[in-house]
Design a protein around this ligand. Structure first.
Ligand code: NAD
Length: 482
């Protein structure tokens, strides 16, 4: 494709660009217009095994390289991603749908993990521990876990890969990446740039497939795989946890969310409207940390809603590559049907349709920015990850009550609240059972801070100084000294 030079149609195993053993392919479709972009290999169990064996073979050399050497290769990769940011962003928008500006932001955010972990590679220190016995010396050293499986979703097809591959490579691990079946092209483009950066054959492998269960079973049960890092839905995460249990693999799980966004009566309403808007409608509402339930205090309900409705009504839908687009398509027809069903069902259960509520006329996979008020916790829509451009609005008038309601979910990824009362800020931050809290802020992701959830939203943290620890084992050395 002339205007998308990074479109690749082969998977990447052991430093080779390869087709599926049986030649099968998986079409990659632009969600904005239904046009076929290209086809990639539809691989199965045997190719997944080959990728694991390649990663294990490469591990033997890679784990012995110095941290400085790995850091330099990661920095070279980072440089190439930044150099190709515009092409990558266009590719991302074309296969995933998000507006170009957001796609560009994701590429830079994704690149930031490579840069950050290039730096962290050099700081994986062990300890010297004061001995408990005379004549002994105690030390700890940190070593790479080994071969890592990275299974990633379609909603952030660049950043969810770099958030895993960056720390894994920095630590001295090798990786088999299995990208989401709707968005394999960004993964392949990133692997191409890694190859150009000089990252050796087998250190990164990318297996594309339309059969995630078959490939996933190999990647999550193979004895040579020592860690599984998964980002995706909670049901698939639970399935992978069970599979990884038999060989007691290390696991990191970045799973689904059901984020509450609470606007207290002392909030700065203009900031709260802006925060809710970006938190809810970024990526057409298809983010794990996006607002799922908006709680507004009675005292400011009418004021907030008037401004919020006006802002949401002004959002511009369209092809992500067109100027001014703020909301792109949903990822596929299933996603559109799910959102539409949840909205229709909530209305039939008594929710009030304030705005939108239908498939938009710009294309089959576009859903109108929607607001539902008078939503109650009894409705199905309050319990599910919406994953669409739909705000559900609840009212409250008591701090303790809203905290109970906000916590009343098996999920615990991100929560947000707006308040200008310092005591309340501490109280509410400590009471919310979530891994990430946005306080007077609707955008919380950065490479320098830990990202991850509690409860059924997962285990482990990505990014920050903690993110590399999941890819390292601590070894204790006990020395007897004369
Ligand atoms: P998904 O669980 O359907 O798929 C995620 C990945 O798992 C894909 O690569 C898919 O092919 C693969 N997969 C599916 N079945 C599998 C199986 N049986 N074995 C192995 N792999 C399998 O999720 P999705 O629809 O791609 O992504 C959306 C979900 O991801 C949402 O729940 C969202 O909240 C979550 N998410 C979480 C985070 C986070 O950091 N916590 C970030 C982004 C997305």
């Amino acid at each position: 494709m002339e205007d998308l030079p990074l479109v690749l149609s082969h998977a990447y195993i052991n430093g080779q660009w390869v087709a599926a053993d049986n030649g099968a392919t998986l079409p990659v479709i632009n969600p904005a217009n239904g046009v076929l972009i290209t086809e990639v290999p539809d691989m199965g169990a045997s190719e997944a095994q080959a990728a694991v064996v390649a990663a294990d073979k490469a591990l033997q050399g890679w784990r012995k390289t110095t941290a400085k050497h790995r850091a330099n290769l990661l920095k070279a990769w980072f440089g190439l991603i930044v150099e190709h940011a515009d092409e990558l962003a266009k590719l991302l928008t074309t296969e995933q749908g998000k507006p170009y500006k957001e796609a560009y932001g994701e590429v830079m955010y994704g690149a930031s993990f490579i840069e950050w972990f290039a730096e962290e590679a050099k700081r994986t220190y062990g300890d010297h521990i004061p001995a408990a016995m005379p004549g002994n010396r105690y030390l700890t050293i940190k070593q790479p876990v080994g071969v890592v499986t990275a299974i990633t979703p379609w909603n952030f097809p660049v950043a969810m890969i770099t958030r895993k591959v960056g720390p894994a490579l920095a630590a001295g691990c090798t990786v088999v990446v299995k990208p989401g079946e709707d968005t394999p092209l960004c993964a392949l483009a990133m692997a191409k740039l890694a190859e150009q950066a000089g990252i050796p054959a087998g250190v990164i492998n990318v297996v594309t497939t339309a059969r995630p269960a078959e490939v996933g079973e190999v990647l999550c049960t193979h004895p040579l795989v020592r860690k599984v890092s998964f980002t995706g839905s909670t049901p698939v995460g639970k399935h992978i946890l069970r599979q990884a249990a038999d060989t007691v693999k290390k696991v990191s799980m970045e799973l689904g969310g059901n984020a509450p966004f609470i606007v207290f009566e002392d909030a700065d309403l203009d900031k709260a409207v802006q925060g809710a808007l970006v938190s809810k409608y970024r990526n057409a509402g298809q983010t794990c940390v996006c607002t799922n339930r908006l709680y507004i205090h009675d005292a400011v309900y009418d004021q907030f809603m008037a401004r919020y409705i006006e802002a949401v009504a002004a959002l511009k839908l369209g092809d992500g590559l067109a100027d001014g687009t703020e909301i792109g398509p949903l990822i596929n027809a299933r996603a559109v049907a799910k959102v539409d069903t949840l909205v229709t069902e909530a209305i039939s259960q008594g929710a009030n349709l304030v705005l939108g509520g239908q498939i938009a006329d710009v294309g089959e996979q576009f859903y109108q920015p929607t607001i539902l008020s008078d939503v109650t916790e009894q409705m199905n829509i309050a319990h599910q990850e919406l994953f669409g451009p739909v705000t559900t609005v609840f009212r409250f008038n008591d701090e303790e009550d809203v905290i109970l309601r906000a916590n009343d979910t098996p999920y615990g990824l991100a929560a947000y609240f707006y308040s200008r009362d310092n005591s309340r800020i501490w109280r509410v931050s400590e009471a919310l059972e979530y891994g990430i809290i946005g306080i007077n802020e609707g955008i919380i992701s950065t490479e320098v801070a830990p990202f991850g959830g509690v409860k059924e939203s997962g285990c482990g943290r990505e990014g920050s100084k903690y993110g590399i620890e999941d890819y390292l084992e601590i070894k204790y050395l006990c020395l007897g000294v004369d």
